[in-house]
Design a protein. Structure first.
Lengths: 583, 395
């Protein structure tokens, strides 16, 4: 840079102006279009919940405003319990996963063990929540795999103990299932954040001053990292408070969680129950907003206390005793999901398998052949929705990033918040309203609305995944290409996109995994006609047929994992004669 | 003056095309060719899903494509049709055919959400037995608005390797006291769970005839008092102490197989035999009917008023009533459902095939099943469910 002529800043400015002039109109509109695709459904859904919640739903013969919905909501015998469940599972799952991720990075970052753990946990990120939950349920139930492995030898039991594990009234199994799924997510977010902060330097400096490994991390690195992963943590909190599929599989039923109950009310034949569902949706939103505010307050208090703690100068060496605990917890979380998936796999090929046998009497492909036709249909729908939503998300994201590049402006903090908004607003808060809204338009079924609904959740992840590598691209390549006479469009198509193939594929794989895992948008917006692997698997869960659940759960996992494998293999294959592009 | 008349005469055949006349079966067949029928049916039972897929292969011969939309709750389909009508979708709704009975049928019939009458015009309806279980649904006359396809009677499954069958409902209560944690039932408002509650009510109420009246006309509290007394006594001895319940009937198979429970209710006499054939239950499972008898009902198919494929839907309903499909449905290796056909109306060969059918080791003979008790009036289901949820479902 130093060798460039001193007039470069002037040239750069006039360059930017020249570029702005040539930015095609379509490219200028794309950022607004993207925001509309992402936030439009959320806004329409929330608006669609407000009117019915206050007694206005002419379709059901209610001409508000009235408080009838709220009276019925608070008249429901389970409301206190369901509210408490939403809060406790949310806070416990978020605290648990954040603590595990923080302690494991604090204790083990940059060690060989950490490398192994990272490799074990990263693929788990794409495992759909429902599949992970099924696996864990198969594992920890009193008649589950763990009990089978130790019975009757260690326990002396030939019958499973009559204890409530899956579906316990405190929501602990559900919380455990959520933690196992959120640890990989927060770990990856933390690793990405570590690239933005000078972690190694801070850590080495602190350790050279005699701080223990864990204490050095917590005092010098964690505050910087947390500032970067704050939004993902909020996503985890909001998600854990309002999740439906995991709650159906692992959560309690007497009563169920608030979000599960909202979905039940939505499907009641009595249209008047939609008022109650809408009021429930508003309550769920309020709970999440309240919990986020409380979390923010706690952040501030911990920050106050932490400043004093860090400034106190204690070297905190005893904290290093937490290292084995952290390793154990992180290992447990990875093993739970992996062993659960293995259990799914065994059930999918199991013959008769009675308690307390550790393995089935016989193995057969019977369940797979039996479900082959249904599986084929579900794979078709899953692929159609996931590929369309991801292709649209990639197109919009590339358009936005290119517009940003040509205008020379990057998105600010506010835009980042907007990007996270669809991930933070609970699905049960806006999807019921969105369904009612689409119904009024007569566009409430079929594949197209489902793709649009999936896009709301696929877009932010694709954008977040592609943004950094896009901006990190060396723009001198564009200058060189332009000097050779290439138009900005040609630079994009012939230079930038091919060079960014790997991050593009990874972003696509993430988009597909997100779409494959969506339960509620498919169920509520698809009107039952769009049956993906996830909705089929969750529908099967009510029948309790472990073989069928095994088949669909495993297929669901593979559908999410396959794109990542392709994303890893394709660039090496396509660019086998371009070593520089392998990275 | 001419043109309105022409317009009117042009409209008539169009209107007829939109609403096929069930009595003109050739026209129905012609119209059905090329239609896709979305059948909304509960999807939690693998055996039923396979049977529906097989029906799909049969109707393909008539050019009908059958798509099974797997529901977790039949009420979803009712909601769907209801909300479509509110939104003005009256021509081509999402739902073409619903597996339905009881309260959902009554709700749809009373709200004029059903197409029909069509059932009695189906060619194969001539073979259907004239049985109150088929002509009334939860004390509501069917009147051709839904077509029967299977008969069911409530029974209990038990693991004969672990226990003997209790003799009646009171003996079942005593048995749970001696064997705490070994009995459960699906959580109401699951259909089978609610049927269990009605079964208890029928066995405990002094005068069962009050149950054929609408709930509003009787003293609900007084009539159901013995039910809650029974359940209060049962509750602490249920599986998981009543803190959790299976989601559905088939979910109990896993519990029986896993030795978590020994006795559980079942909706059809042949269900257990089918599950044994599918390796979902051990072959030591048997069924019993408590003294005093059990509730019987039938499963039906109904066509929403706004289906765009009514002809195709009628072809499906008719195909299920064919002796071949009914025989397959009764085969415990496939479904194990009771046929709705009158065996005397069949050809001697077909009749013999039904009589030769091996009912499966867990299925009781018609004599042991006895005469099915009628379902209470449909209004009882909702009332009992709501009270149950209040008492046990949301502690």
């Amino acid at each position: 840079m130093r060798s460039r002529p001193s007039g470069s800043s002037v040239t750069a400015r006039s360059d930017a102006r020249a570029r702005a002039r040539v930015v095609p109109i379509i490219l200028r509109l794309l950022p607004s279009l993207t925001l509309l695709a992402m936030l439009g459904p959320v806004a329409a859904g929330l608006a669609g919940a407000v009117l019915p919640a206050f007694g206005h739903l002419p379709a059901a013969g209610f001409d508000g405003p009235s408080l009838v919905a709220w009276e019925r909501l608070f008249g429901w015998a389970g409301i206190g319990e369901a509210t408490r469940l939403s809060l406790t599972t949310g806070f416990l799952a978020t605290l648990g996963s954040l603590a595990i991720v923080t302690l494991i990075t604090a204790g083990w970052w940059n060690t060989r063990v950490f490398g192994w753990l990272e490799r074990a946990l990263s693929p788990l990120l794409s495992v759909p929540h429902a599949a992970a939950a099924f696996g864990i349920a198969f594992l920890i139930a009193p008649s589950g795999w763990i009990m089978r492995l130790v019975s009757p030898e260690l326990t002396g039991l030939s019958r499973p103990p009559d204890i409530l594990v899956v579906g316990d009234p405190w929501g602990l199994s559900m919380t455990a299932g959520l933690i196992a799924k959120e640890v990989p997510f927060l770990l990856l977010m933390t690793l990405a954040a570590l690239g933005q902060v000078r972690a190694r330097a801070a850590l080495e400096l602190a350790r050279s001053m005699g701080y223990g490994r864990v204490a050095a991390w917590l005092k010098a690195v964690f505050p910087q990292v947390y500032a970067q992963i704050r939004l993902p943590v909020y996503v985890v909190l909001a998600y854990s408070m309002s999740v439906v599929d995991v709650a159906l599989i692992l959560g309690p039923s007497t009563p169920a969680t608030l979000s599960v109950q909202i979905v039940r009310w939505m499907s009641d034949p009595d249209l008047a129950m939609r008022l109650v569902a809408s009021a429930g949706a508003i309550l769920q939103l309020g709970l999440v907003v309240g919990a986020l505010a409380l979390w923010r307050l706690a952040e501030w208090l911990v920050g106050l206390w932490g400043t004093g703690w860090a400034g106190g100068g204690g070297r905190g060496r005893p904290l290093d005793a937490s290292r084995p605990v952290a390793l154990g917890l992180a290992g447990l979380s990875a093993c739970a999901t992996l062993a659960g998936l293995a259990a799914l796999g065994i059930w999918s090929v199991a013959g008769l398998w009675r308690f307390p046998d550790a393995l089935p009497d016989a193995l057969s492909l019977r369940s797979w052949t039996r479900h082959a036709a249904g599986l084929g249909d579900a794979i078709g729908d899953t692929a159609l929705v996931a590929l369309s939503a991801t292709a649209m998300a990639l197109l919009l994201t590339i358009g936005c990033l290119e517009a940003e590049f040509r205008r020379g402006r990057t998105i600010g903090r506010f835009a980042l918040w907007l990007l996270y908004l669809p991930l933070i607003v609970p699905q049960t808060a806006f999807l019921p309203g969105l369904q009612t809204f689409l119904l009024r338009l007569g566009a409430d079924r079929g594949t197209l609305p489902v793709i649009a609904a999936h896009l709301v959740f696929v877009l932010p992840y694709v954008f977040l995944s592609l943004g950094d590598p896009w901006r990190a691209w060396d723009r001198r390549q564009a200058v060189a290409a332009a000097a050779l006479g290439a138009s900005p469009g040609r630079v994009l198509l012939a230079v930038r996109l091919p060079m960014l193939l790997r991050p593009l594929l990874v972003a696509g794989a993430i988009g597909i995994a997100v779409s494959v895992g969506q339960y509620l948008p498919t169920l509520l917006i698809g009107g039952g006609r769009v049956a993906t692997l996830t909705t089929e698997a969750v529908a099967l869960s009510s029948g309790g047929d472990r073989r069928a659940i095994g088949v669909f759960g495993l297929a669901q996992t593979l559908a999410a994992l396959l794109p990542f494998t392709l994303a890893a293999l394709l660039p090496a294959l396509l660019w086998r004669n371009r070593r520089g592009l392998h990275g | 003056m001419k043109s309105p008349l022409i317009a009117l005469s042009l409209c008539l055949p169009l209107a007829a095309a939109a609403q096929p006349a069930p009595s003109d079966w050739q026209a129905v067949l012609a119209e059905a060719d090329g239609q896709t029928v979305y059948w909304y049916a509960w999807g939690g039972s693998t055996a039923t899903n396979d049977y529906i897929a097989w029906i799909g292969e049969q109707v393909a011969a008539h050019g009908v494509t059958l798509e099974h939309v797997k529901l977790t709750d039949t009420a979803d389909a009712v909601t769907r049709v209801l909300s479509e009508r509110e939104a003005g979708e009256t021509e081509d709704g999402a739902v073409d055919l619903i597996w339905i009975n009881g309260e959902n049928f009554v709700a749809m019939k009373e709200a004029d959400l059903l197409f029909g009458p069509f059932a009695t015009d189906l060619p194969n309806y001539d073979l259907v037995a004239d049985d109150p279980v088929v002509t009334t649904d939860f004390a509501t006359p069917v009147e051709g608005m839904e077509s029967p396809w299977a008969k069911a009677q409530f029974v209990f499954m038990y693991d004969s390797a672990d226990t003997e069958a209790p003799s009646d409902m009171d003996a079942l209560l005593d048995w749970t006291a001696d064997n705490p944690g070994r009995f459960t039932y699906p959580q109401p408002p699951d259909f089978l769970g609610t049927t269990f509650l009605k079964q208890v009510l029928l066995s405990q109420v002094e005068d069962p005839s009050v149950l054929s009246q609408p709930v509003e006309d009787v003293d609900f509290e007084a009539v159901t008092a013995p039910l809650w007394e029974y359940l209060d006594a049962l509750q602490p001895n249920l599986w998981r102490g009543g803190d959790a319940y299976p989601d559905s009937g088939p979910a109990q198979f896993q519990l029986l197989t896993d030795e978590e429970i020994d006795i559980a209710p079942s909706l059809s006499p042949g269900e257990a035999s089918t599950a044994i054939a599918n390796l979902q239950l051990p072959d030591t499972i048997r069924t019993f009917v408590p003294a005093g008898g059990t509730i019987g009902n039938a499963s039906f198919l109904a066509i929403p008023f706004n289906s765009g494929s009514k002809a195709g839907a009628m072809v499906v309903a008719n195909t299920i009533l064919s002796p071949e499909a009914q025989l397959r449905g009764q085969d415990p290796d496939v479904l194990g459902y009771g046929t709705v056909l009158d065996l005397d109306a069949l050809s001697p060969d077909t009749r013999q095939a039904f009589e030769d059918l091996d009912q499966g080791i867990a299925t009781l003979s018609p004599d042991a099943l006895g005469q099915a008790l009628p379902e209470p009036h449909t209004s009882w289901s909702d009332a009992i469910e709501a009270e149950w949820i209040e008492r046990y479902g949301a502690q």
